[in-house]
Each structure stands twice: as C-alpha cells, then as structure tokens.
Ligand binder design. Structure first.
Ligand SMILES: Cc1ncc(COP(=O)(O)O)c(C=O)c1O
Length: 429
C-alpha cells in the first residue's frame, strides 16, 4: 500500500480529489488556525469535531420545548419519550449487534458500573477481574470500587497483564494464556476494543473465546473503538460493552454514551441489574405500579429519562455514519493512517518511535509516537505543535497521539500534520 504514497503535498491533494468521502468534511466545523485558516485536527480519538447539523438538531429540541413544553414528550417532532430508542438502529449497526442489545444512556464509566452491577457476581474462589496494566484510569477505578463494593480486596482480586519486558503492545497469545492460567479465580475480563494510549486494537472474538473457556464474562470498553473499527459484538459473543460518543462518534463533550448486553444475558441483566423507571417496559411505565417489568433487552438497564440535549447531536452524527457507511469509512481510515505512518517514517525517521503496531488490522485511526530524547524534549515539541496549527494530544511521559478521522480529515491534513511535526522536531533537535 505504501508504494502508492510519496512525500509531495500535491499527492495529498490528489488523494483528496479521489476520496469518495471527501465531501463529508464540509459538514463539520473545523477549528480555526491563524496561519492556514483551519487547523490540522488529528484529535478525534479525544473529542470528535462538531457536525454542523448538530446545532440544528439541538435547536429543534429547544424549539419544541419552547413551543410545546411538557407536551413535547409525545408531540415533539422527535418525541422525547422515545428519544433514546431512535438511536438503537444506527448504534446496533456500528456495534454489530441486534437493536435490542444496545441502548444509549449515561456516560461510559457509569455504564460500566451498571453492567458490572448487573453481571459481575463474584462467588467463592471465582472473584477476580482481569484488566490490562495500562488500562484507562476510570476503568481501573470502576473495577477496584466494584470489588470493594462486593467486600473484596482489589490488591488480591484485581489482576493485571502488562506487555512483555521491552515491548509496548500486548500479544494476543499472552492474553489468552493469562486468562487460561487464571481460570479458576476469574469472574470477569474488562478489555478495550482499542487501547487509548497505544492505539492497539484487539481481537475481541479471541479474547471472548478464551474468557468463556475460563468460565468468565468479557466486558469491552469501546471508547476508542466505536465508529473507528468494525465491531461484531453479537456474532463474536462479547458479553457486554460500553462506550462514549464524544470521540469518533462526534456527539460533543460529555454526550450520551451507550451500552451493549448480549441477548444471551438479557434475562440475567434484567433480573440482577439496578433498576429505574426508564428500564421499565414502555407501555406500562406510566402506570407507576410497584412491580418492575423490565423493558426488552439492554434497555432494561436504563434508569432515567434520556438527556435530550446531549443526545440530539448524536442523532445528527449517526445520520452521517449511516450515509457514509462504516465499511467505506474503515477503508478510508486504513489509507489515511497508512499515509500518516509513511510520512512519519520518511519525514521524522529517527526522531520518533512508533508505539502503535504496523499491522493495519491491529489498529484503528490512531498512531501514537514516542518522541526520542526524553520527556522535556518531547514536551517542548508537543507544546510547539498547536501554535503552528496541528492539534494532537499528549500522554505522559513522551507520547504524542495523532488520529486522522476519516469522516472529516483529509490527506492534506495528514500531510500538514507530518510537515509541522517534522519541522518542530528539527527545530527542537
Ligand atoms: C478508554 C476510556 N475509558 C473510560 C473513559 C471515561 O469516560 P467517561 O468520562 O465518559 O466516563 C474514557 C474517556 O475518555 C476512555 O477513553
């Protein structure tokens, strides 16, 4: 694939001209930059850009609130009572799930807690949870506090697996071996679809098989995976998963998240899960009866009526995903990321080390690179990027994360990002 690339800016422009998804870029608000008009925004792994249609989507709800007040629950153009349900078809597509297996609600850490409350039942010796040693802090806090909630000691029951000494990435065979080795005491594995720091994407099907062979459940954190890489949660037999919508789903800061519960576990989740009136079946919810009758599927885990204003942008964004189609987005993403890799290798060469793997199927949009020469040089390089029009992000002690998002990033953005990084590395040599 790399044979198709070269270092000229004109080639980036030609790649953009041939890009069938290029027009989607005009549907986003691009951050301003004094030098180039707009910044090269390679930060969709952190916060996706605003779809222009998000404003109209929110305004529609404000208008209906002003016009209808309480009557909007049923009479709004998109009735608020069924607001979260509208999202299920598009979310199910992105997750490779059945509609009844997904629901939009809360945000990610809350949803992980709700899933664990419903499905994590430590019993006797089978009371441990396995995570990766470099897990996102919130995932670790969720697991540690769930263990304490069950009267268990995280020191003993929170198991971690790190890459081999001298390696950045986890090997799938090591993950499988560790799961098998811990089988008698393993109750749950919490695993990311895409690792936030390294950008490594995992074969969730293999991890699910190993986890089930060990007699445990697999919960996936899809923060960096949804809208980024293809998912097949139902077919791959993942037990449950949660995500946020402000990264690749472009739904805005703190937007409504979502969760998945495999059909096999619906009865169990409804029986053991925490309950609120929004998880009650819709037809009889407003009878306000004492008995809780769970809604069908993952929706039984909903507690409260949905936050319409943090959901409206997601509606607009999911329509874009449906129009573009994830297969086409993934095809462009593979190419954009390969182009970024090519430019970084050829322009920044010895000055950086690529942390993310080189196997395209084992990564999403993101490339993480370590700046050589120690933390202070790395930080100086990073701090100089934004004033020159490159928005990326930083992970201690020396990692810069760059993620070209195929819905709105152009090949020219990627070229400009590599150009700015190369010049900055040179200036900070
Ligand atoms: C991998 C991962 N897990 C958990 C979270 C926490 O998300 P929230 O603030 O929506 O709970 C994030 C947020 O960026 C994340 O990247």
């Amino acid at each position: 694939m790399n044979a198709a690339f070269d270092l000229q800016r004109e080639s980036a422009l030609a790649l953009d001209a041939a890009d069938p998804l290029a027009a989607f870029r005009d549907e986003f608000a691009l951050p301003a930059d004094p030098h180039h008009g707009t910044a090269a925004y390679l930060c969709g792994h952190s916060l996706g850009l605003a779809p222009i249609a998000a404003a109209a989507s929110v305004e529609q709800e404000l208008k209906d609130w002003r016009r209808l007040a309480v009557l909007g629950h049923e009479a709004a153009e998109r009735p608020w009572i069924g607001y979260a349900e509208q999202l299920a078809p598009a979310l199910a597509q992105l997750c490779g799930a059945q509609e009844s297996e997904v629901t939009a609600m809360n945000s990610l850490s809350v949803n992980l807690h709700l899933l664990l409350a419903a499905l994590f039942r430590p019993k006797g010796q089978r009371c441990c949870v396995l995570i990766e040693a470099g897990a996102f802090s919130s995932d670790r806090h969720v697991v540690a506090s769930q263990l304490r909630w069950h009267g268990l000691d995280p020191e003993r029951c929170l198991l971690e697996i790190a890459p081999r000494a001298g390696e950045e990435l986890l090997r799938i065979e090591d993950i499988e071996a560790r799961i098998a080795a811990e089988a008698p005491r393993l109750a749950l594995v919490l695993w990311p679809g895409v690792q936030f720091r390294t950008g490594q994407s995992f074969d969730l099907a293999r991890i699910a098989r190993a986890t089930h062979a060990a007699g445990a459940l697999l919960c996936a954190d899809l923060a960096h995976a949804i809208g980024n890489v293809p998912l097949a949660l139902h077919e791959q037999d993942i037990d449950c998963a949660a995500w946020c919508s402000y990264k690749y789903l472009n739904a805005g800061p703190g937007a409504i998240g979502g969760l998945f519960v495999h059909q096999r576990l619906h009865k169990r989740a409804a029986r053991n899960g925490l309950q609120g009136w929004w998880g009650h079946e819709g037809q009889t919810r407003f009878r306000m009866e004492a008995e809780f009758r769970p809604a069908a599927g993952a929706a039984a885990l909903a507690l409260s009526n949905p936050p319409v204003f943090s959901t409206a942008p997601l509606l607009a964004s999911l329509q874009q995903f449906q129009r573009a189609g994830l297969p086409a987005l993934r095809a462009k993403s593979l190419r954009l990321t390969a182009y970024l890799e090519y430019l970084l290798q050829h322009r920044c060469g010895e000055q950086i080390t690529q942390v993310t793997g080189t196997e395209p199927q084992a990564r999403g949009a993101q490339l993480s690179v370590r700046v050589r020469g120690g933390r202070s040089r790395a930080r100086a390089v990073f701090d100089a990027l934004q004033p020159q029009g490159l928005i990326a992000d930083w992970r201690e002690p020396d990692i810069i994360r760059l993620a070209p998002a195929p819905l709105y990033n152009s090949f020219e953005d990627v070229w400009r990002a590599a150009d700015i990084l190369a010049a900055t590395l040179q200036a900070n040599g």
